[in-house]
Design a protein around this ligand. Structure first.
Ligand code: RNT
Ligand code: ZN
Length: 421
């Protein structure tokens, strides 16, 4: 007779309890952590400004043409509803400015306003989802030469300053309506393929643009501002204006959130280690959970060592209240809904694994200098029955447990995605 899930969960609980870990407490904790789900995986960062818009000129790239890409706001919402059916917990939706409701009345980036996002605000309210927001400074003629807020032409800089100001207003409206602060994140593609000589001027222009953008102050209950650094991108291999040092200094002096994207650092550089290095100085961090593979920073997230280490550091620092989790990946070569669900569930599993760590015991061993036992217990932890606790979380949240969601994604592909033209 195969064991029932109940029996397995019971057994798992006992095994964690032997290590002084309470799985029930971990599940309660996990239920309170929203993941800000990026809107841009379902349509390859296309947005709705033009009927056949494709990601362009942003130093980021989507590859693949798997059928069923969302082409309209309605299709994207349909896809997101399917995603939400397959992931446990209550989450947030992270919108980019190019995803507004522009039906019939196109608006340039410097002319968008909250009215273009009423449809999303209604949609999110019905589902009790919080919204986050991002200005879009790519896929636009005024970003085509690789510079936006640090452009040499003051009128181009002013255009983009205006855009980001409008985006912050939209974010503040969202925050007001949902009674939970909207995180507005700013990433710009500015940089160059080959060795510029005006690094200093570029960074000075960016600094001035940012100060102009943030001159308007919104209540913290409505809006939180984050800035995102990067090491390099496609076409910005030699120089990125908004580097880590630049934005770290900016966030520290201007009291902004720093956004750390897991794919924006040197390949062997640990983002996990940055959590405890930055939190003594910054009020909050925003994380872009992603998976770098060679030159790409945006592969579908998996529960790998990097992700586990990141979650462990957040939990060990008791910093969940000060670290916001957002996703950032896009893959057009596989079922896009499957990509979403894989990444969201992987993020939650890594978080659960960290919540199930016998941290008190490990601390104790460390304090007593028993480094061998600390190492051994850390590795022992990896083969404990995480899956049974995870399945319990899924069942309590009425979403498929185990691998059952994979068939659901395939069914959605047959019934919905393959019928899109
Ligand atoms: C790009 C940044 C940025 C984007 C999104 C679409 O390298 O990671 O966060 O991925 O804004
Ligand atoms: Zn990012």
């Amino acid at each position: 007779m195969p064991l029932t899930h109940e029996a397995r969960y019971q057994d798992a609980c006992e095994r964690y309890q032997e290590r002084s870990v309470d799985p029930e407490a971990a599940l309660e904790h996990l239920a309170c952590v929203p993941i800000s789900i990026h809107c841009w995986q379902a349509d390859d960062v296309g947005g709705f400004e033009h009927p056949d818009a494709a990601l362009s000129s942003g130093g980021i790239q989507v590859t693949g043409n798997h059928p069923g890409k969302a082409r309209t706001l309605a299709e994207l919402q349909e896809d997101l509803d399917e995603v939400l059916r397959l992931v446990p917990g209550r989450h947030r939706l992270n919108l980019h400015a190019i995803y507004g409701d522009f039906s019939g009345k196109p608006a340039d980036r410097d002319a968008i306003g909250p009215q273009h996002f009423t449809a999303w605000m209604d949609w999110a309210a019905e589902r009790k989802l919080g919204l986050d927001f991002n200005a879009t400074l790519f896929s636009h003629p005024l970003a085509a030469d690789g510079y936006t807020l640090s452009h040499q032409d003051a009128s181009v800089r002013a255009f983009w300053v205006n855009h980001v100001q409008r985006c912050r207003e939209i974010g503040a409206q969202m925050g007001l309506r949902q009674q939970s602060p909207c995180v507005h994140n700013l990433w710009i593609p500015d940089g160059e393929k080959d060795q510029p000589v005006r690094r200093q001027e570029r960074r000075q222009w960016l600094l001035e643009s940012l100060d102009a953008i943030y001159a308007e102050v919104f209540p913290a209950e409505q809006l939180r501002d984050a800035v995102e650094c990067k090491l390099f991108g496609i076409g910005s291999e030699s120089f990125v204006v908004g580097s880590h040092e630049f934005y770290l200094a900016y966030a520290l002096t201007r009291k902004k959130l720093l956004c750390l994207d897991m794919g924006h650092f040197h390949p062997t550089e640990s983002i996990a280690d940055k959590v405890s290095a930055l939190l003594p100085f910054l009020p909050e961090l925003l994380l872009h959970v992603s998976r770098p593979v060679r030159w790409d920073s945006d592969h579908v997230v998996l529960q790998n060592d990097e992700l586990n280490a990141l979650m462990q550091e957040i939990i060990r620092a008791k910093a969940l209240g000060r670290v916001r989790l957002a996703l950032d990946f896009f893959d057009g070569s596989i079922n896009r809904i499957g990509a979403y669900v894989t990444g969201i569930r992987a993020t939650q599993k890594a978080l659960l694994a960290a919540l199930l760590e016998p941290t008190d015991r490990l601390r104790d061993l460390e304090q007593h200098g028993d480094r061998f036992a600390r190492l051994a217990w850390l590795d022992e932890q990896k083969t404990l029955p995480l899956a049974d606790v995870w399945n319990e979380f899924c069942l309590r949240n009425e979403v498929p447990s185990g691998a059952a969601w994979i068939d659901e994604v395939s069914r959605y592909e047959t019934n919905i995605l393959n019928r899109r033209g």
